[in-house]
Design a protein around this ligand. Sequence first.
Ligand code: PLP
Length: 402
Amino acid sequence: MTETFKGSFTQQEPIPDEAIAAAVAVMQSGRLHRYNVAEDEAGEVALLEQEFAAAMGAKYALATASGGSAMATALRAIGVAPGDKVLTNAFTLAPVPGAIASLGAVPVYVGVTEDLLIDLNHLEALVGQGGSKVLLLSHMRGHICDMDRLIAICDAGGVAVIEDCAHTMGGAWDGVMSGRHGAMACYSTQTYKHLNSGEGGFLISDDAELMARAIILSGSYMLYDRHLAAPGPEVFEKVKYVTPNVSGRMDNLRAAILRPQLRRLYEQCERWNERYRTVEAGLRDTPGLRIVERPAKERYVGSSIQVLLLDWTDKAVNEVIDRCKARGVELKWFGGAEPSGFTSRYDSWRYAPSDRLPQTDRVLRGIIDMRLPLTFSLEDCALLARIIRAEVSAVWQAGATA
Ligand SMILES: *Cc1c(COP(=O)(O)O)cnc(C)c1O
């Protein structure tokens, strides 16, 4: 009998009861705007920022309307201007080049390796050419590169680093939290990330002036003294007349939902990793399929898994995807001709054209991607691996490379 999978790849866990109760209390108060607080009340957003800064080990934190708005705010705060070139990953998600384009700046793509990491040799060459003062580094799908080497390359070239930690909240490189290497780091709390408030995001930094600018940019209406994870008023004095208000705040309702979730972040990360390891173990040594080996220094969060069908023909990859789909397993492919769902590619972003990156194209054509929501049990994950293994093996045996 052929097994099929019945779970939903887009079904997250319910919001915890404690978070629902906190959200109801905010609604009963009527004070949903972050700066609408009663006397002696800090407000859910300010408290969340304080707790998030502490959880990440950062001096300052700002909660935002989305991960995308956190990235655009960080780019503005660091001084990116229209026409500036900003280095970023060729393998990432659309909001990353989108944040750069939203400022009228120009994304310059850095390639991806077979380990799904930013190609540090390519980065070094681009930094060496000059012309870009900022790298918006996306830890795409949670893969963290050698951050020590990356920072050394960028420091040597005078390039500031903004980290996109949408997939690495809770992760670390060599014991240093993801998001603590660059000048600023951005996170997303939309439904498919590690905390779920529907929409939302964070920005962290240790740099007082960058954070003062970011807070004003986020739309603080000069109420920055109500922030609990912000620099002192003297820093705002320096920037407040020259920094525009580009509203992108979080509200108290979302913050109320997030605070109890943040307390469980590490527990949840462990649960993702159990699922990840179960799928990985089930797929190991499948002929034609390459596991992406994780570096020993990387503490990852396995909220999704990627494997490579490297140098397979498009036809063979499509066959695997169709056969898996028929058995209830939703795989995403970064090699498709058209951007679909969440899988667009650097050549889909025609507003920011690039020369071809042949090695990157080869890798992108091979990337198979699967979500691992926490609503999947470990048995589910073992079943997913059995199905993928069987279908990849069947297509491989029939001949999958040109
Ligand atoms: C989700 C995501 C973001 C931010 O997304 P929003 O939908 O704006 O919160 C940024 N980078 C990556 C890689 C993402 O997956």
